[in-house]
Design a protein around this ligand. Structure first.
Ligand code: DAH
Length: 357
């Protein structure tokens, strides 16, 4: 059969030069596809004499096999090349340092709440919680603050809106954490030792007041609790919290829910415009406290002839500012990222009593 040699060299050359798999596929169709050049040649076998066919048949078959083998080999080579190219292009240096990611920080109030909790937990106090939207009964009446009492007005209370004609007793945003005392006594009775940290609300705004701030309430009830226990617990707390021996000063005061009542100052110096706790002969007021009023114990379902308790309420933000040198309370709650980055804590700086909190 004529022309087989040139057919052979043409196709083998084309296949060898194919630049990619798509071109190679075109060549395959054109050579050995149904209507390919070699396939058409094979159809011609039918018109040949048996003698001619005996020569041309094997020769054509051999050509077809050779072309198919060349196609397969080239296809494999092109595949390898494509893979090599991908490997080169997608090369990655896994030893490079990763891109920096913005990380949040723990807010000083959260950090200090954890610190306070750790220290009181070490003295056997558990944590109690109550709602931030309170009834005026828990926020005032049960704490021996009757309706006409000036403390209600003094606290700049936020009242929840009521529809006209809705005569239910009002709800308030709790003005202090003291209502948790009542809720805890009702639920768990005596004896008990708890702290109740959380948000409280008063309509007030200046350098040392924000409408929302944080308090921690403390309460210990038993059959032989006295002011001496209160003083020991508080001095123990401040010494652990500030990491230095802190003296306290109890000043006689008045709260409706305690009798006797005391405001507590901690020792500090004010030299050079900075406050240093635990030294000097200055004093700074940090909390209110006292022996729980018999009416408050009663409101919580506890017999005041059998049990006594001490209680205190302390500003968390206040002691956070003192310990970490925050000058303005308002900045605490403005969500300024630069402020948060500066005063915030890393996630792994977990407070514990023995890690020098
Ligand atoms: N509830 C008071 C306030 O917010 C603080 C306080 C004073 C709490 C005396 C007490 C206490 O438990 O005994 O101003």
């Amino acid at each position: 059969m004529d022309g087989l040699d040139s057919l052979r060299s043409t196709w083998l050359e084309k296949i060898a030069g194919a630049a990619d798999e798509a071109t190679l596929e075109e060549f395959r169709v054109a050579a050995v596809g149904k209507k390919g050049e070699i396939s058409l040649k094979m159809r011609e076998l039918g018109k040949m004499s048996p003698e001619e066919r005996q020569v041309a048949g094997p020769a054509l078959n051999a050509l077809k096999n050779e072309v198919n083998a060349a196609l397969a080999a080239k296809k494999a080579a092109l595949g390898d090349a494509a893979l090599d190219e991908r490997l080169r292009a997608e090369w990655l240096d896994v030893t490079l340092p990763s891109r920096p990611r913005r990380q949040g920080t723990i807010h000083p109030v959260s950090q200090v709440t954890e610190e306070v909790t750790a220290i009181f937990a070490d003295m056997g106090f558990t944590v109690a919680e109550g709602p931030q939207v309170e009834t005026d009964f828990y926020n005032f009446d049960a704490l021996n603050i009757p309706g006409h009492h000036p403390a209600r007005a003094e606290m700049d209370t936020f009242y929840m809106h009521r529809k006209e004609g809705d005569n239910r007793p009002p709800h308030v945003l709790r003005t202090h954490t003291s209502p948790v005392q009542i809720r805890h006594m009702e639920a768990h009775g005596a004896p008990c030792r708890v702290i109740a940290p959380g948000r409280v609300y008063r309509a007030d705004y200046d350098q040392t007041h924000t409408p929302m701030f944080h308090q921690v309430e403390g309460m210990a009830i038993d059959t032989d609790i006295s002011m001496a226990n209160l003083k020991w617990v508080l001095e123990e707390f401040f010494t652990a919290f500030f990491g230095t021996k802190v003296r306290t000063r109890f000043r006689a005061s008045h709260f409706p829910f305690t009798e006797p009542s005391a405001e507590v100052d901690i020792q500090c110096s004010f030299e050079g415009g900075t406050v240093k706790v635990g030294e000097g002969d200055g004093w700074l007021e940090v909390l209110g406290s006292g022996m729980m009023h018999p009416k408050v114990l009663q409101a919580g379902g506890i017999d005041p002839d059998v049990y006594q308790g001490f209680a205190f309420g302390m500003g968390i933000d206040r002691i956070a500012m003192l310990k970490y040198g925050v000058p303005d309370l308002r900045a605490m709650f403005e969500s300024d990222l630069r402020w948060l980055k500066h005063y915030g804590f890393g996630a792994l700086e977990a407070p514990a009593v023995h890690s020098g909190v």
